[in-house]
Design a binder for this molecule. Structure first.
Ligand code: ADP
Length: 468
């Protein structure tokens, strides 16, 4: 069925974002026959997503608060352009329940979950309580309402050090601190609260057992508005720097088939518990040690659910052969999921590397400037290599937004072939004018321990001397 004749007809979509994700959404929307409307700030007046959309509307000055985060301006742009729906991308307004409510009030289709599902997962402590009741395994810890110092210290003691203090309202790796012993607890708590108050205007904390060498394994889920829900397998995002992902791959190496199914089903359960609709990701920590030592306990633990399309969704697209933005648009139009669980298959292996405008030799300081060259002069043999980019040669990289320039995604018949493909693509990338983390990515993907898939979230920290 076409989107224009669906239960909630879609003819024109406004993309409330910028950079690579805006360009990526435009690509699929156009293929499905939708009119595409971009929005932009003054810093992006000539940006690639503006050039590629059918139409573009100015939001305001460069500051995100006055442009990409300004709910009233985005809604006004959608109304003015005659859009039926808004795709929020990731970041910015994508997980903002207030924005979803504003879309509803304006009669615009928000391409994502209902406001209530976003709110249910927006607070980490509340989300954990919900997940516990749905039978989803949690990291041992405290996620209660009471927040006085003495009680939190006592809970930390019960959990057993090391513990991780986490801002309940946190995200993007902010407001988190590892505490090694009771002696350090108070100072860490004070620091964490300060950071959380500044970043999120909220200082509630939760405490978790700090797993020393876990893997980050997340499940892609999809639900429609008719009660259907499936998982599109998992991604391993263990290679992180300061809790931010650098490399992502699918499927997760060495994951036994039974565990893959168990995690997938737990993730769908998590989504359905909160009345989820659309694309979502349920993040788990996988405790590799417990996998072998705890006969009865679950080796994976719910961390949080991201209620949007993730940066790393292309690796899932490559192993499943599905276009997740197409799925999002169909579900938003009120149609059923394109495939049932038993129709989804996993083929080969995919890896994504995030190319950032930053200087790894200078504490990863964001870099700016004019991109003089930026191409990937490689033949894309049967869709095995994909460069999702928000910029082209001639574009200027400013310091206003996230420094991610592009994502390089490769697919191989197996992990070894995907790794070789990634090394080849990184070497072939012709880029100049702006400093990037390319060399750092090359060192990572050619590191013997990465090749051996000895993955855990402290990989970069542990191999510091080899990588810098
Ligand atoms: P954010 O919302 O800020 O991204 P998350 O809760 O998703 O925070 O955690 C981000 C990363 O922090 C995880 O991918 C993992 O590397 C690490 N982490 C989170 N919780 C734990 C834990 N209990 N033990 C060890 N590492 C953790």
């Amino acid at each position: 069925m076409s989107l224009a004749t669906a239960p909630r007809p879609l003819r024109a979509v406004l993309i409330a974002n910028r950079g690579e994700i805006a360009c990526r959404v435009i690509r699929t929307a156009r293929r499905l026959g939708l009119r595409t409307i971009a929005v932009y700030s003054d810093a992006d007046a000539r940006a690639r997503h503006v050039r590629e959309a059918d139409e573009a509307i100015r939001l305001g000055p460069a500051a995100a608060g006055e442009s990409y985060l300004a709910i009233d301006k985005v809604i006004a742009a959608a109304e003015r352009s005659g859009a039926d729906a808004i795709h929020p991308g990731y970041g910015f307004l994508s997980e903002n329940a207030e924005f979803v409510a504003a879309c509803d009030a304006a009669g615009l289709v928000f391409i994502g979950p209902p406001a209530s599902a976003i709110a249910a997962m927006g607070d980490k402590a509340a989300a954990k309580a919900r997940m516990a009741s749905a039978g989803v395994p949690l990291v041992p810890g405290y996620h209660g309402e009471a927040q006085d110092d003495a009680l939190l210290r006592e809970e930390a003691g019960k959990i057993g050090y090391p513990v991780l203090l986490k801002a309940s309202a946190g995200g993007g790796g902010k407001g988190m601190r590892v505490v090694e012993s009771e002696r350090e607890f108070q100072a860490a708590l004070d620091g964490c609260r300060r950071e959380s108050r500044a970043a999120f205007g909220d200082e509630r904390m939760l405490i978790e057992k700090y797993l020393t060498q876990p893997r980050h394994v997340e499940v892609q889920v999809f639900c429609d508005s008719l009660g259907g829900g499936v998982y599109l397998f998992e991604r391993d995002c263990s290679v992180q720097r300061r809790h931010q992902k650098v490399l992502e791959e699918a499927p997760a190496p060495h994951l036994p088939e039974a565990l893959r199914r168990e995690m997938g089903e737990a993730a769908v359960r998590a989504a359905q518990e909160i009345g989820y609709v659309g694309a979502g990701t349920v993040e788990f920590l996988l405790d590799a040690a417990a996998e072998t030592t705890q006969e009865n306990g679950s080796p994976f633990f719910f961390m949080e659910m991201n209620t949007r399309l993730q940066v790393e969704h292309p690796v899932t697209e490559m192993i499943s052969g599905e276009d997740l933005v197409e799925w999002q648009l169909r579900v938003a139009a009120g149609l059923a999921l394109p495939k049932a669980q038993n129709e989804l298959t996993l083929t080969g292996h995919a890896i994504e590397a995030r190319l950032y405008a930053e200087d790894p030799d200078n504490d990863f300081l964001p870099a700016t400037g004019k991109l003089l060259r930026f191409t990937l002069p490689l033949a894309d043999r049967d869709g095995r290599i994909r460069l999702d980019s928000g910029v082209e040669a001639g574009d200027t990289v400013t310091m206003h937004y996230d420094p991610m320039l592009a994502k390089l995604i490769v697919h191989g018949e197996d992990r070894g072939q995907a790794l070789a493909e990634m090394a080849r693509a990184l070497a072939a990338l012709d880029i100049s004018g702006v400093t990037t983390n390319r060399r750092f990515l090359q060192r990572l993907v050619t590191h013997p321990d990465f090749i051996a898939a000895e993955l855990n979230t402290r990989f970069i920290e542990h191999h510091h001397d080899d990588l810098f």
